[in-house]
Design a protein around this ligand. Structure first.
Ligand code: AMP
Length: 397
């Protein structure tokens, strides 16, 4: 069974074609600058050279048609015809309270996604366009599945997802914590249970997704009971360019003082803050590490804040779950930066958490626990595309 996985953004579209018999990626790629001048498709078939098509893509449908042509192309393709594709799985950012699981896309689901667009105005409309573009390019009969970033977190109890603002805003406007990166937290917590050889129902796991966007989740018995991101992916710890949680009173104060519009303050908090805003150097952790090594104090401060906030979430969730069996680091920074992992765990020996600094230098899926640690410390590469493909396979079977 071959599953086509799509992650559609407002002007981009990432894809993978996965053979579910082997769980291997047959081809992957990216359409960039959809609807803007200079559109480009970069297609990478497994074991073959990269293939770049520079061609106008006025719409997502045009982009998807180019991708489908590339997949079936005699030279650069990996399948002989589109009928080789059994189903399509879509990453959908926001499922609100309506979706606690992945779901087959129907006309009703599409309407519900439109309602959820209110919560993720930049992302959900693009996801919906991706779904419609597939219908146009492959016909209405191809099964499509929506896999939501928010779904895994729907098991949070009200005490974790409610905000301390008047209750009517929850009742009328559904303002609450939703959490994001759910597909990643679900994938790595399941992989951790496999690695530990125990049923996930018996484990307390803290999943630490550190990338450009970062979030931490408390996974008790396989169910999320708390997570750091909130109503939007701006909340929680500071990130590449996002501020994370700040005193909410700062926002109106800055708006008044500098005469900022809501758009401007949103831009500052989403694009000009985080480790980039603190360091003034970069949002990329490799650049930060280099600058800090060269004596840049603000780059070091940004890294220190990032590690400190990660640690605070880990400790808080360990308390929320009454103990923690495993801490799992994942995503770009979590998988690749031994220094950040070390800093986030440092000083937690009193809680029975200690890593082996030598093992911490190894790459890939690795157990970096020190022998005397009660809690396992693991590094597990995330694979959201495979998780989307697995859900799609399960739903169309
Ligand atoms: P993601 O959002 O999961 O794709 O993660 C992207 C981030 O991972 C980039 O901003 C980099 O800062 C970070 N990253 C990638 N490789 C490394 C590395 N070798 N060391 C530190 N950070 C890295």
């Amino acid at each position: 069974m071959k599953i086509f996985v799509i992650n559609a953004g407002s002007s981009s579209l990432k894809y993978q074609l996965i053979d579910m018999n082997t769980e291997k990626v047959m081809a992957k790629g990216l359409c960039e600058r959809i609807g803007i001048e200079g559109s480009k498709l970069t297609h990478k078939p497994a074991g073959k050279d990269e293939y770049v098509v520079e061609s106008p893509m006025p719409t997502h449908t045009a982009g998807i048609k180019l991708v489908l042509d590339a997949l079936c192309d005699e030279k650069h393709g990996v399948i002989s015809s589109l009928s080789d594709i059994t189903a399509v799985g879509h990453r959908v950012v926001h499922g609100g309270e309506m979706f606690s699981k992945s779901t087959l896309i129907t006309e009703e689901v599409k309407k519900a996604l439109e309602v959820c667009s209110e919560f993720a105005p930049l992302h959900n409309p693009a996801n919906l366009i991706g779904i419609n573009a597939i219908e146009e390019a492959m016909g209405k009969d191809i099964p499509q599945v929506g896999v939501f970033d928010t779904a895994f977190h729907q098991t949070m109890p009200a005490k974790a997802f409610m905000y301390g603002i008047p209750y009517k805003y929850y009742e009328n406007d559904k303002i609450r914590r939703y959490g994001f990166h759910g597909t990643s937290h679900r994938f790595v917590s399941a992989e951790a249970a496999k690695l530990l050889g125990k049923p996930i129902e018996e484990l307390n796991i803290i999943t630490v997704h550190l990338g450009n966007g970062s979030s931490v989740a408390a996974v008790k018995g396989g169910k999320c009971i708390d997570t750091s991101m909130g109503f939007t992916p701006l909340a929680g710890m500071l990130m590449g360019t996002r501020c994370g949680c700040v005193d909410p009173a700062i926002i109106p104060i800055l708006m008044d003082k500098y005469n900022l519009s809501t758009k401007e303050i949103n831009n500052i908090m989403n694009k000009e803050s985080g480790v980039y805003g603190i360091s003034g150097v970069s949002s990329d952790f490799r650049d930060l590490a280099t600058a800090a090594d060269e004596g840049n104090a603000r780059a070091q401060l940004a890294l220190d804040m990032f590690m400190y906030q990660t640690k605070s979430y880990i400790a808080s969730y360990a308390a929320a779950m009454g103990g923690v069996d495993a801490i799992v680091f994942t995503a770009g920074v979590g998988e690749n930066s031994p220094d950040v992992r070390e800093g986030a765990i440092e000083g937690m020996e009193f809680m029975g958490i200690k890593m082996d600094k030598e093992k911490n230098k190894v790459r890939g899926t690795v157990d970096i626990t020190a022998p005397e640690s009660k809690t396992k410390v693991l590094v597990i590469p995330t694979n959201e595309e495979l998780m989307i493909a697995k859900d799609t396979k399960d739903l169309v079977k």
